[in-house]
Design a protein around this ligand. Structure first.
Ligand code: ADP
Ligand code: SF4
Ligand code: MG
Length: 361
């Protein structure tokens, strides 16, 4: 299975998305030559990664770090400021977001949204919601469509009798199943899941995560799994990327990153989560090992020479304000963007007992 990961399904290189913010200069300002340059908010800055065939890549980071913007670039809902996106070797990054809905690539990347209730059209029954992408992207005759929607409902554990119901007549878990059935309806190669279980009760979360895992095995899809729930990421993902203020600060095999975080921010994130031995997340809290305080730096016109975590990082020194740390290898498939990667990573051997779990036991 892992060999399949060698040939990437998705190859994102040096992605940038900057938004102009603030007042645009008036014509008078421009004529007088007093126009100030427009400020730019760096939502995604120099992000490079791949997703292998059949692989699940986790994307974690605090609110506002750029996860949804990155997802919108990949699903081609937003135009890139710069960079390239190859899907199975073909460049899709240059295709304008406007009109991508009609592109032959559209069915190949589908999305499951955070709140199925919000993302479903209240005027669509479950049947219509699931049939909608098929009608738009891969039309088939009416009878075949009915059979296909029923098949998808069955695959997602949604009783066929519920297909006539509207979203307000379905439970949270049932709406999530409709959202998933809709996303897999056109047989995507890549499913992007943006906090797919965040709006669900814990018991329902577990069932939906199990469903996602089963569907992945059955249909051979790749997943980009965006979540703030690190327990879930550790359990479901082959690799993980940690994002901070628009940049990837650490990436690597999930098990290795979770055991041996090399970036202070990753370590702080891990320190803050409940013990990650069980999906139910009720096994107590890890002892805080690294705390961060203070406000994040501004994403508007950030100094390209200063580490984005500087000022909040307990390990920061003057050097961190003089050169932006770039991703560098610290182990097999494991990279970190920090001038002072955490020391225990170099000697990390994932065959050893997990020191973090031992600490908190
Ligand atoms: N259309 C937009 N115009 C201006 N700024 C935006 C826009 N969309 C997102 N941003 C900004 O980009 C940054 C990243 O946002 P987002 O991708 O939504 O983060 P996350 O999903 O990690 O919470 C935030 O500072 C947000 O305010
Ligand atoms: S480069 Fe410096 S400020 Fe940035 S994460 Fe590393 S130690 Fe902290
Ligand atoms: Mg978001």
């Amino acid at each position: 299975m892992k060999d399949l990961f060698n040939k990437p399904l998705l190859d994102a290189q040096a992605l940038y998305k900057h938004f102009a913010v603030g007042r645009k200069p008036s014509l008078l300002d421009r004529l007088r030559g007093t126009a100030k340059p427009v400020s730019m908010l760096h939502a995604v800055d120099d992000v490079t990664f791949t997703i292998g065939k059949g692989e699940t890549l986790g994307l974690v980071g605090e609110s506002g770090c750029g996860k949804s913007t990155l997802v919108r670039l990949l699903t081609r809902l937003l135009d890139l400021t710069d960079g390239s996106i190859h899907l199975d070797g073909e460049e899709i990054g240059h295709l304008p977001a406007k009109g991508f809905g009609r592109s032959p690539y559209r069915p190949r990347i589908q999305m499951v949204f955070q709140d199925a209730g919000d993302s479903l059209n209240p005027r669509f029954t479950a049947f219509t919601a699931i049939a909608d992408p098929i009608r738009r992207l891969k039309p088939i005759p009416r009878e075949a469509l009915k059979a296909r929607v029923e098949e998808l409902a069955g695959m997602c554990g949604l009783p066929v009798e519920l297909l006539g119901r509207f979203p307000h007549q379905l439970s949270g878990g049932q709406k999530a199943r409709v959202g998933i059935a809709r996303a897999i309806a056109v047989e995507p190669d890549l499913l992007i899941l943006d906090e797919p279980t965040a709006a669900l009760d814990v018991s329902v979360q577990v069932v939906i995560l199990q469903l996602l895992e089963d569907l992945k095995q059955r249909l051979g899809m790749s997943y980009l799994f965006v979540s703030h729930d690190l327990n879930v990421v550790r359990l479901l993902c082959d690799r993980v990327m940690v994002m901070y203020l628009g940049r990837i600060v650490e990436s690597g095999p999930a098990e290795r990153v979770f055991r041996y975080p090399a970036h202070p921010y990753t370590k702080a994130l891990l320190s803050a989560i409940p013990h990650f031995d069980s999906l139910s997340g009720d096994a107590g809290h890890a002892t805080p090992r690294l705390r961060i305080s203070g406000e994040p730096r501004s994403p508007i016109d950030p100094d390209p020479k200063v580490c984005r975590f500087y000022g909040r990082c307990p390990n920061g020194t003057e050097a961190c304000s003089q050169a932006m740390p770039l991703l560098q290898g610290v182990g097999p498939g494991h990279s970190v963007a920090c001038h002072f990667p955490l020391a225990d990573t170099a000697a990390a051997d994932i065959a050893k007992p997990d020191p973090l779990i031992e600490d908190v036991a």
